[in-house]
Design a protein around this ligand. Structure first.
Ligand code: ADP
Ligand code: MG
Length: 234
C-alpha cells in the first residue's frame, strides 16, 4: 500500500529525495501518458521515485535497462508503467513476461498491474508454482497481455505444450529481483526461456543488489544492432 514507501526508507533521505523529485520531475515530464497519470492519481501516487524517474524514459524510448535501488523504492512501477504504456501499441499475444523468484512477489507485482491495467482492459496472468496447472493453462489460453511468472512453472507449461499460446510475440522481458533469478538455482529454467523468447525484445533487470553476474551483463558488449543498456546505480 502507498503508505509503506515513505516508512520503509529512512526519513531524512526520503524527504530530501522526494523534494528533489518534486522540484524537478513529474510523471508527465517522464513521458507517462495522461491515461496512466489518471490511474496513478487514483492510487494516490503523485510524484515519481528516483528509480522511476531514472528508468521510465529509457524504457519508453525502447532501451534495455538495469535498475538498482533498495527494497521499497518503487521498482515495480518503474517497469509496469512503460509496459502498460507500450502495450496499447501491440495488443496481440503475450506482450510482456515478468519473471520473479517467488510466488508472493509475483502476486505483489500482479496487484499493481491489475490496478493500472483494469481501465485499459489489460489481462494479466500469474503463473507460479503450487497452484493448479489446469486453471493456469486456461488462463494462458485466455490470451493474457502480461504474464507474471516464476521461472519453474512457466517452463513446466511450455514443456507440457498444453495450449495454443507461446512466447513468440513477447516484446518486453523483466527480470525482477534479478540478483536471485541469475543465481545458480534458476540457470536451467532461464536458459530454456532465453532459447524460446524472441531475440528482438526489450529486456530489463531490476535488483536491490548488484551482483557480479549483473555487473557482467552490464559491462558485456551489446549484440550487433543493439545499444548498451541504460544503467541506474543506487
Ligand atoms: P520495490 O520493488 O523497489 O521493493 P515496490 O515497487 O514494491 O518496491 O513499491 C513499494 C511500494 O511503494 C508499493 O506499495 C507502491 O505502491 C509504492 N509506490 C511505488 N511508487 C510510488 C510513488 N511514486 N509514490 C508513492 N508510492 C509509490
Ligand atoms: Mg520489487
Amino acid at each position: 500500500d502507498r503508505l509503506r514507501l515513505p516508512q520503509r526508507i529512512e526519513a531524512g533521505k526520503t524527504l530530501r529525495r522526494t523534494a528533489e523529485l518534486q522540484a524537478s520531475v513529474s510523471f508527465s515530464q517522464l513521458g507517462v501518458s495522461s491515461a496512466i497519470q489518471n490511474s496513478l492519481k487514483a492510487m494516490s501516487i503523485h510524484i515519481p521515485t528516483e528509480i522511476q524517474a531514472a528508468c521510465i524514459p529509457p524504457l519508453l524510448a525502447g532501451k534495455d535497462c538495469i535498475g538498482n535501488a533498495k527494497t521499497g523504492s518503487g521498482k515495480t512501477l518503474a517497469f509496469a508503467l512503460p509496459i502498460i504504456q507500450k502495450l496499447s501499441v501491440d495488443p496481440y499475444g503475450i506482450f510482456a513476461l515478468v519473471l520473479t523468484p517467488t510466488r508472493e512477489l509475483a502476486f505483489q507485482i500482479s496487484e499493481q498491474f491489475v490496478i493500472l491495467g483494469n481501465a485499459m482492459n489489460i489481462r494479466t496472468a500469474v503463473i507460479v508454482g503450487g497452484m493448479d496447472m489446469m486453471a493456469q493453462a486456461l488462463e494462458l489460453g485466455n490470451r493474457p497481455h502480461i504474464v507474471i511468472a516464476t521461472p519453474g512453472r512457466i517452463v513446466d507449461h511450455l514443456k507440457s505444450g498444453s495450449g495454443e499460446w507461446n512466447l513468440s510475440r513477447v516484446k518486453f522481458l523483466v527480470l525482477d529481483e534479478a540478483d536471485r533469478l541469475l543465481s545458480a538455482s534458476f540457470v536451467p529454467e532461464l536458459s530454456y526461456l532465453f532459447n524460446v523468447l524472441p531475440k528482438e525484445r526489450q529486456t530489463c533487470l531490476f535488483t536491490a543488489t548488484l551482483t557480479s553476474s549483473i555487473e557482467n551483463i552490464a559491462s558485456a558488449p551489446p549484440r550487433p544492432g543493439k545499444q548498451k543498456p541504460f544503467i541506474h546505480r543506487m
